[in-house]
Design a protein around this ligand. Structure first.
Ligand SMILES: Cc1cc2nc3c(=O)[nH]c(=O)nc-3n(C[C@H](O)[C@H](O)[C@H](O)COP(=O)(O)O)c2cc1C
Length: 399
């Protein structure tokens, strides 16, 4: 594996081929925790890896230099997948000073015993000369956590972007041109949807700042380094971070005895009759997919319908689970409606609508509820409702 990013800067992270559940994010393709070593008069390590892989990180550093000679350790983000090996690194590098912003120091103190660590607190605009290279620090609060920071090397026009521009994607290639492009962009989009969607404002600001820097290389803390597709990726971020809709509608549901499923299928038929093939229509049984996938699809959907039958006076747990996750991610610019079958009282469909209201979804119609098995007229009502979804997608995404 080629670990040299540019002459004197090396990837020293860990490829986690087998992780499939990253704090609930389903990582079908594994992940990487990226750390980078800068060889210079004052050598610096940029970030670390998850705690169990500290020995791998130190072994990678040792292949280049004695870790005890590290002068600086930069922590761009306190989350444990990047800071978890700091205790091992700081123990192995007794002359190193930890560089981070003030908020980061506060968080690190809550996670680790930092009493023996020397800190250098930096803020936006501060610089640190390593010798041939200079580090410039840019605070990027709420591009994931409040202390998120990026580090810029003007000599190489290289940005250590932290979680921004990352992908949960385990690969032997370390660069964007060494992996399959469609998979790379899919994983980058999945990452935005599941990690960054709710931080739209700060991410938009950060992307604009990155454009002004005009980086030649972007080294995120997960996945591959961007060097050939930087511009393409920034253009996609401009769309993703505002949840720019495309001509796509989603229908998601759960069911016990198939009545809500019949409704979902009729909604899909209506959407296709109105919008197909210009509108991409996708159907998801929430227990046959994952919240991770739904969030990715939701990022650029124009409209959606969410359905649940009434179970014990409420909605089905898997629908509540999916909608709770989506609500937290705050997808913007969505329209839709709630639907579902019931037996004798209020519950599932109404509570789905409450979720949609909490998500500030533009409601295209009142909740669509049918009693027990849908009649022919009921299914026709579902088809009409499906047409509303497609019509909305065509309206907000003109050709
Ligand atoms: C275990 C169970 C609990 C139910 N609880 C309620 C309820 O509390 N209120 C209600 O109106 N209907 C209730 N129903 C009836 C269903 O909502 C009704 O059969 C509906 O058509 C199911 O839709 P589905 O075929 O999509 O699962 C219940 C059904 C089952 C199987």
């Amino acid at each position: 594996m080629n670990r040299t990013i540019v002459d004197g800067i090396h990837w020293v992270g860990y490829v986690d081929w087998n992780i499939r559940d990253f704090h609930g994010y389903v990582t079908d393709r594994g992940s990487t925790y990226n750390a980078y070593l800068i060889e210079d008069r004052e050598p610096a390590l940029i970030d670390t890896v998850k705690a169990p892989y500290a020995a791998d990180l130190l072994r990678h550093v040792s292949e280049r230099m004695n870790p005890a000679d590290l002068r600086w350790v930069v922590c761009n983000h306190a989350e444990p997948d990047h800071s978890g090996s700091l205790p091992a690194v700081m123990a192995a590098a007794p002359h190193a000073t930890l560089v981070c912003d003030a908020k980061c120091k506060g968080i690190l103190e809550m996670y680790y015993d930092t009493s023996g660590w020397r800190f250098k607190i930096v803020q936006t605009g501060d610089t640190l000369s390593l010798g041939r290279r200079t580090l410039e620090f840019i605070e990027t609060p709420m591009t994931h956590w409040p202390e998120s920071m990026a580090t810029w090397i003007p000599q190489d026009r290289l940005l250590f972007s932290m979680d921004a521009f990352g992908q949960h994607y385990a690969t032997s290639g370390r660069f964007d041109d060494e992996v399959q492009e469609s998979v790379l962009f899919f994983e980058a989009k999945t990452y935005v949807a599941n990690i960054l969607m709710l931080y739209s404002g700060p991410v938009t600001k950060a992307v604009a700042a990155v454009r002004r820097l005009d980086p030649a290389l972007i080294c995120p803390s997960h996945g591959v380094v961007w060097r050939r597709k930087v511009r393409e990726m920034l253009d996609l971020y401009d769309q993703w971070d505002v949840c720019q809709p495309v001509r796509k509608v989603l229908v998601m549901y759960d069911t016990m005895w198939k009545s809500t499923e019949m409704m979902a299928q009729a909604i899909v038929e209506g959407a296709l009759a109105e919008g197909g093939p210009a509108v991409d229509v996708k159907l998801f049984h929430v227990r046959a997919t994952t919240g991770t996938r739904l969030a990715t699809e939701m990022l650029d959907a124009a409209a959606f319908a969410a359905g649940s039958p009434t179970l014990n006076g409420t909605l089905m747990p898997a629908v509540a689970d999916a909608l709770t996750y989506l609500k937290g991610l705050r997808p913007a610019r969505k329209a839709g409606f709630a639907f579902g079958s019931y037996g004798w009282g209020r519950g599932g469909p109404e509570e789905v609508e409450q979720f949609l209201q909490a998500m500030k979804v533009e409601l295209l119609r009142p909740v669509l509820k049918l009693q027990y098995k849908p009649s022919a007229a009921g299914l026709e009502e579902c088809r009409e409702a499906g047409r509303l979804l497609a019509r909305h997608a065509l309206k907000v995404c003109p050709a």
